[in-house]
Design a protein around this ligand. Structure first.
Ligand code: FES
Length: 291
């Protein structure tokens, strides 16, 4: 039986009395995030080294989420916001993804869930609850790691991206648009690519609107939802329910934030892959409904 005089001894890295598979989650995180980073980097620099691969960025009304919004492109396509890359633009950074991906990546890098996941999986800091670490101190998020506090600003950008990706998903409903005409003059069709982009937006929105920062933003600065406008205090009660309703909605998503994080991460990579494959003719983009 343990006694108060027992001396605590330093355990070796990974030593634990846990009997469950505590290592499986960090391992899955390590593999999953590594695969995503490798694929994401590959797709980001692909247009730099293979300029003709611009075709892998969009296909008619479909625009890959890795390049959305398409600020500059090699050709004056309908998706492009500012036009073609200026002549002087250095070849080394001539990829539309380089211009925008820092924002969604910043959101994920500073995300509360991902922080916990990659600190454990990549840095063993901590390794897991009640499992011995490779070092004997724990500094927490101090020093340079204070930059993680910018998460709220990446959240604002993330919400902006949801708006822009929603616009692209709506655009993917209109096909065979004549050159120079607005996209809504095209034929209204739901294709598999349309559904892929819509599902991508849905999952990204579930992830973004379940953000811890957003939850604090909506409810964290209130000690009481009902006090100021409580009918007992002479208020009409309406503002309370609106704000409380919002907070409850975000909380519902927040409870499963990790699940939304993984599904949306997989989906955004798949949506990019789908557009790439369709654009180079490997996969057909079937029409599901034509109106
Ligand atoms: S905490 Fe994960 S997106 Fe904000």
């Amino acid at each position: 039986m343990a006694s108060g005089d027992e001396v605590l001894t330093q355990r070796r890295f990974g030593e634990t009395e846990r009997t469950d598979n505590w290592w499986s989650h960090p391992l899955v995180v390590l593999i999953g995030l590594s695969l995503f980073v490798v694929y994401g980097l590959f797709r980001t620099v692909y247009p730099v080294f293979v300029p003709e691969a611009q075709a892998g960025i969009y296909h008619e009304s479909l625009l890959s989420p890795f390049y959305s919004p398409l600020l500059f492109a090699e050709e004056p396509v309908t998706h492009v916001v500012f036009g073609t890359f200026p002549e002087w633009w250095p070849q080394l950074v001539r990829s539309p993804a380089i211009l925008i991906l820092w924002a969604p990546l910043g959101l994920r890098l500073t995300c509360y869930y991902y922080r916990k996941a990659y600190y454990r999986a990549f840095f063993q800091d901590p390794t897991a609850c009640a499992v011995s670490e490779p070092r004997d101190d724990y500094a927490g998020e101090t020093g340079l790691l204070r930059f993680q506090n910018v998460h709220r600003y990446f959240l604002y950008l993330g919400i902006l991206f949801i708006v822009m990706l929603s616009f692209e998903a709506i655009r993917a409903l209109f096909w065979n648009v004549e050159a120079g005409q607005p996209f809504w003059t095209g034929d209204l069709q739901v294709r598999v690519g349309t559904l892929v982009l819509m599902l991508n937006v849905f999952l990204l929105a579930g992830y973004t609107f379940g953000c811890h920062s957003l939850r604090y933003l909506i409810g964290g600065n209130r000690r009481c939802f009902s006090c100021p406008n409580n009918p007992h205090n002479g208020g009409d009660g309406r503002a309370i329910s609106r704000r409380y309703g919002l907070w409850k909605g975000v909380t519902k998503l927040n409870v499963n934030h990790a699940t939304w994080a993984w599904f949306s991460l997989f989906m955004v990579a798949f949506a990019d892959f789908y557009v790439w494959m369709v654009s180079i003719g490997v996969w057909p983009d079937y029409t599901v409904i034509a109106f």
